[in-house]
Design a binder for this molecule. Structure first.
Ligand code: NG1
Length: 554
């Protein structure tokens, strides 16, 4: 239901942010952005598009195999002041082509950018060769030259634009009088989500950019939150990371005070679940702590993120073979789909309780992926590329086409068993986390006293699995989790893609200051940090509102 609602468009900030104190602080930020826009572009913006980052409370590296996760939007966000470019006033030249874009950022570290979409009928550029989404286009297609080899801030803007162009301005009709042209746009960005920290600045950038282009081109009417999530997911893949939909769903669908149980199979499902507030013990909040190890997801994708995507996909095929589930040579099912085939229950009858029982029954089957290579030195208990191809039952050529032609990955050993074990146990923990919240919210008097301990234990187990089975943590993040537990957190875990970035810890609200003090003492990279820099690195956060558009006075 939450996914079927329209994307909210507000006409005043107090409608958008009902909390008076927060609205007052944000009002300063919004009006500075508008003033600066006018100075830079010589005209007023017509809208501000806003999309928040998110913290994933539990359910890591399982969205792309189509299992559910449990994120919440955070207060930190990306804002884009936007409006049609008045080229005669601004003197724009390149951008005066239909749909040209001038994009600037309040943060001087990001260079101003000017680009215009082009129509091409030939194949993709060399840089886009690695990008599955644009790999084949015999017909004319929009082209924005996204560089997938290095991380560039404007790639996320272009990714957002692509989706709007291809959905609302079909390339085949471009230039004909059968359709309108995309308007030239001026954009000014500001953001408070730290990049590369696992708080999803990239999804916030793509969602906000998609929203800005939709709004300025007058195409937002009738677009539901679910449709915006799907567009943002497709768009983000163009940057070169084959992500699932967790970040985009959280950034778009969340509401204040609630986390989101988001599922992806057989289609996007979204259930807003308030976090329990025990009355017997102090309320608990989530504290994010940035390890300050920047994980450059795009650049490291072939050893980290995209490798996990490929390992889980190949794992699903190999497991299907071992379970006698028939697959066609071109099929590329996920673990969630294999579970569905094995259970044989129609998805319409598989509610969350039945899914939980199904995963529990399935877990022993995962052992069938455990490799029998006892003779190997520790750490090499995976399978080689050659072994993986044999286990898949495909020819080398078929294997390459299905699993490798659209993505670049590099590994000596592929860990099919460990990844599968992580996926199915983590999927179960997400459902248990949801159950604990629902039970606590439903109890007519006080929620059970051990609610927070139960949530914390699930977070700890999730971290352990991310560290040892998914291998998506790093020593600094492990150290932060350990310190958080020693400082009294109910639970603590790596959040987001990992290999650096942030931890999220569940902490009693009245102990947050003391908690952050202890982390500062114990975590060496924090010792020099004071004031704003410390608040940037470690902060308590409440579930916040999802994306919206603010319509400004003309
Ligand atoms: P972040 O932390 O935003 O890089 C990534 C993926 C998610 C999910 C998590 C791991 C993107 C845009 N997002 O999140 O879909 O797979 O890792 O749970 O790549």
């Amino acid at each position: 239901m939450a996914a079927q609602l329209p994307v909210p468009v507000f006409t005043s900030l107090d409608q958008a942010i009902p909390d008076i104190q927060t609205a007052a602080v944000q009002a300063v930020r919004y009006s500075q952005l508008v003033e600066e826009y006018e100075k830079r572009f010589g005209h007023k913006p017509t809208y501000i598009a806003r999309a928040p980052g998110r913290v994933n409370l539990i359910g890591e590296h399982i969205d792309y195999v189509l299992f559910g996760a449990f994120p919440a939007a955070i207060e930190r966000d990306i804002l884009i002041a936007c409006g049609p470019s008045l080229s005669s006033e601004s003197g724009a030249t390149e951008t005066s082509a239909p749909g040209g874009v001038r994009a600037q950022n309040l943060n001087p570290k990001y260079d101003p950018q000017t680009f215009a979409p082009m129509l091409k009928s030939a194949g993709p550029s060399a840089a886009e060769e690695a990008d599955a989404a644009s790999a084949v286009h015999a017909e004319p297609a929009w082209h924005l030259d996204i560089n997938t080899r290095e991380l560039r801030w404007e790639s996320y803007i272009k990714a957002g634009y692509y989706g709007v162009l291809s959905r609302f301005f079909p390339a085949a009709l471009a230039g004909s009088d059968k359709q309108d042209h995309p308007v030239p746009v001026d954009l000014l960005f500001t953001g408070s989500v730290p990049s590369g920290s696992g708080l999803s600045s990239s999804a916030a950038m793509v969602v906000a950019s998609t929203l800005a282009f939709l709004t300025v081109n007058n195409k937002l009417d009738g677009v539901t939150k679910g449709q915006l999530v799907e567009m943002a997911m497709e768009n983000e893949k163009r940057v070169g990371v084959n992500s699932g939909g967790l970040d985009q769903a959280a950034s778009v669908i969340c509401t204040p005070h609630s986390a989101l149980y988001v599922t992806f199979f057989p289609q996007l499902g979204a259930e807003l679940i308030p976090l329990p507030t025990p009355r017997t013990t102090p309320r608990a909040v989530f504290v994010c702590a940035n390890s300050l190890v920047v994980s450059d997801k795009v650049v490291s994708a072939k050893w980290h993120y995209n490798l996990r995507v490929v390992e889980t996909l190949v794992g699903a095929r190999v497991l299907a073979n071992k379970l006698g589930i028939q697959l066609g040579p071109a099929d590329r099912p996920t673990f969630r789909e294999i579970l569905s085939r094995w259970l044989g229950t129609p998805e319409s009858e598989l509610d969350t309780d039945a899914l939980k029982v199904g995963i529990e029954r399935f877990l022993p089957e995962v052992e069938k992926l455990r490799p029998g290579h006892e003779g190997r030195p520790a750490g090499e208990e995976g399978v080689t590329m050659q072994e993986m191809i044999e286990l898949s039952g495909l020819s080398a050529e078929q294997f390459h086409k299905v699993y490798l032609s659209w993505v670049e990955v590099e590994a000596e050993y592929f860990q099919l068993y460990k990844r599968a074990r992580h996926v199915f146990t983590e999927a179960l923990r997400v459902i248990e986390f949801r159950d604990v919240c629902l039970r606590a919210n439903a109890s007519s008097d006080a929620p059970p006293a051990d609610t927070l301990q139960q949530l914390g234990a699930l977070m700890d187990a999730s971290h352990e699995s991310c560290a040892t089975l998914c291998e998506s943590s790093c020593p600094e993040v492990d150290a932060l989790c350990w310190l958080a537990k020693a400082a009294g957190a109910y639970g603590s875990r790596t959040t987001g893609a990992g290999w650096g970035g942030c931890t999220v810890s569940l902490v009693a609200e009245d102990r947050v200051e003391e908690f952050i003090g202890k982390i500062k003492e114990g975590y060496a990279p924090y010792r020099e940090l004071e004031g704003e820099r410390l608040r940037e690195a470690s902060f308590a956060t409440k579930p916040s509102a999802g994306a919206f558009v603010l319509k400004l006075d003309a």
